[in-house]
Structure formats: C-alpha cells, structure tokens
Design a protein around this ligand. Structure first.
Ligand SMILES: Nc1ncnc2c1ncn2[C@@H]1O[C@H](COP(=O)(O)OP(=O)(O)OP(=O)(O)O)[C@@H](O)[C@H]1O
Ligand SMILES: [Mg+2]
Length: 310
C-alpha cells in the first residue's frame, strides 16, 4: 500500500470534521473521495498530506508514520488546494516560478519544468498576463500547475473543477487522466459524482466525517442490489396505481411525489407491460417513462436519503 490512513480523527470543538476513518491509496490509481459540502473531504486530505495534525490515528506512507516523519510525504506530494492560491498581480509564469523555487527548483531545471507545465495546461498563450485577468478555469489550471512543478509522485486535488466553464473542466479531467497514465497516483475529491465516476478506479463516499461506503463503482452500485431505476410521470397521483406497483414482485421500492413515481426494480426484468396494464386498470395516463441503471448520485441518495448537492 502506498498510503494508509488508520483511524484518523480531526475535531473542531463540537464538529467532528473527520471522525475515525481508514483510507488506503494504491500506487498508480486515481482514488476518489466523494461527499457533499462539509463531509470532511478537505480535512481528510489535509491530514493525509500532513498539513494538519490529526487528533487521533496516523497515516503511513510506504509504511512509515507521517506523524514521525512528515518530510517524507511532503517531498513527493503535490497539493491542489480547494481555494485558488495564487498571486493575482503576478503572471502565470511568475506564479509558477515562485512555487518552483519553494520546491527547491532553480536555474535551467526550473525553466524547463515551467515550460513543461505551461504546455501541459495549455497556458502558453497567456503566460505573461496577470493572473487577476484570467477566467476561473485558467486560474484553476495555474493552481494545478503550481502543484506539478516538482514532479510529485502523488497529486492531491481538492475539488479542482468547481465554478469553471465546461471546456476548462473537460481539459482538467483529461489532464488528470494523462498524468495518471504516466504513473502518477492521484487523490481526487469532488461532490460531482459524474467526475468521480468518469475518473476514479476506487471511491470512498464520505458523509458527516465518516466513510459510509467504499469500493469500485460496481461495488457501490451493487450496494443497491444492482437494481434499475424507473421514473414515471403520470397525469395524476393515483393510490390504486401506486398500490399495484408496490404489489408487483419485480418492484422492490416505490416512491411517489406528486405526479412522479420512482421505482427500484429488479435488473433487466420485464416491468414495462406490468406498468402499462396497471396504469390502464387505474385510469392513469403515462406522460413519460425512463429506465436507467443507478449512478453514484443514486447510491448516495440510497445510503443517506439526501442528494449530493443541496
Ligand atoms: N478550521 C476549521 N475550523 C472549524 N471548523 C472547521 C474547520 N475546517 C473544517 N471545519 C468543519 O469541519 C467540517 C468538514 O469540513 P471540510 O472542509 O473538511 O468538508 P468538505 O467535505 O471539504 O466540504 P466542501 O465540499 O464544502 O469543501 C465542516 O463542518 C466544517 O465546517
Ligand atoms: Mg472541501
């Protein structure tokens, strides 16, 4: 195991930001930490990267305690913070130079790495403009560049795509994939389940400071029994129709909100004729019908009764 967090805790007075969690990060993977606002994602990665000291537990990097030897992990880790941390009056190139020097890069080596990072993030055209005149997406890219200068073995990215345009977002996601394909281990936090679903090999789902589920996408979806989700829009709310649906052996769960009904049904069963017949018997007209396999959003809803975004 490359990194192992064991029983880490971080409390702020009464807030249990991280409440005793175990995390394992394997060499070469993209690990996702998915959770809503306030779940404890940023706190957990701050503990892992030794930026804050936990109130309990420890993190082991290649088997060595980071409480005892924080320098070992700091040297090989790049951190992209949730808030953009750049000097607005400096250009992208000057910002990168500043961070490069912090990491101990000098002279030709610094120059080469700056150029490589500017190329990778497609920032060359505007490298000499002040960062304050950049779009949100460009600032985010410089922020990522700053964490890459020293060629980290592990890159930690804290919600790197919040509040940016779709083009920058897809460029950042492609960059993450490309870095990983070259061997970089990546820890990626997000509350966008589509991103985590697209990028990550394994996922930890966090809520209220705890890990509430973990595994591959398939593992997480199997928590829901591998069911399909059927959404129906009807012309009216009918108790008789709902009752018939609930009575079907193929239906595991049925919820009604106004004229919308959501069913969890056994995967690949033939439910459609049952729905049409029940609708006709109860004088209900179907306005729309949609069948899909669950997303991570549905898994989160299933586990917590809440959506990932408020
Ligand atoms: N320095 C701090 N002082 C007091 N409370 C804090 C501090 N940092 C975090 N918290 C609290 O700890 C909890 C977890 O916060 P954290 O920032 O780790 O969550 P998060 O999952 O990163 O959320 P977000 O998606 O909003 O970034 C929250 O209730 C937060 O208010
Ligand atoms: Mg956060």
């Amino acid at each position: 195991m490359l990194i192992e967090a064991k029983g880490i805790k971080k409390y702020y007075k009464k807030v249990r930001a991280v409440d005793g969690i175990d995390l394992e990060i394997r060499q070469g993977e993209i690990l996702g930490i998915l959770g809503p606002n306030g779940a404890g994602k940023s706190t957990a990665i701050s503990v892992i990267s030794s930026l804050i000291r936990p109130d309990g537990g420890d993190v082991f990097f290649k088997g060595e305690s980071i409480l005892k030897n924080p320098a070992a992990i700091r040297r090989v880790m790049g951190i992209v913070p949730q808030e953009v941390a750049l000097y607005p009056d400096l250009s992208a190139a000057e910002n990168l130079k500043f961070f490069g020097k912090l990491y101990g890069l000098r002279g030709e080596k610094l120059k080469t790495r700056m150029q490589e990072v500017l190329d990778l993030l497609e920032l060359n055209g505007r490298a000499k403009d002040a960062v304050k005149n950049y779009s949100g997406g460009m600032k985010r890219r410089v922020n990522i560049g700053a964490a890459l200068l020293h060629h980290p073995e592990v890159l930690i990215m804290d919600e790197p795509t919040v509040g940016i345009d779709p083009q920058s977002r897809s460029h950042i996601l492609d960059t993450v994939k490309a870095l990983n394909q070259k061997g970089m281990t990546i820890i990626y936090t997000s509350h966008y389940m589509e991103e985590v679903e697209h990028l990550c090999d394994r996922i930890y789902v966090m809520d209220h400071g705890k890990v509430i589920a973990s595994g591959t996408k398939e593992d997480l979806k199997n928590l829901m029994g591998g069911d399909d989700i059927v959404s129906l829009q009807t012309d009216k709310a009918s108790e008789g129709f709902l009752k018939e649906l609930r009575g079907s052996l193929k239906v595991k769960n049925a919820d009604q909100k106004g004229n919308s009904i959501t069913l969890m049904v056994q995967k690949d069963c033939d439910i459609l004729s049952d729905i049409f017949e029940a609708a006709s018997r109860n004088g209900v007209k179907l306005k729309s019908l949609d069948i899909k396999t669950p997303t991570l959003e549905d898994v989160f809803l299933y586990l917590t009764g809440r959506g990932l975004r408020d």
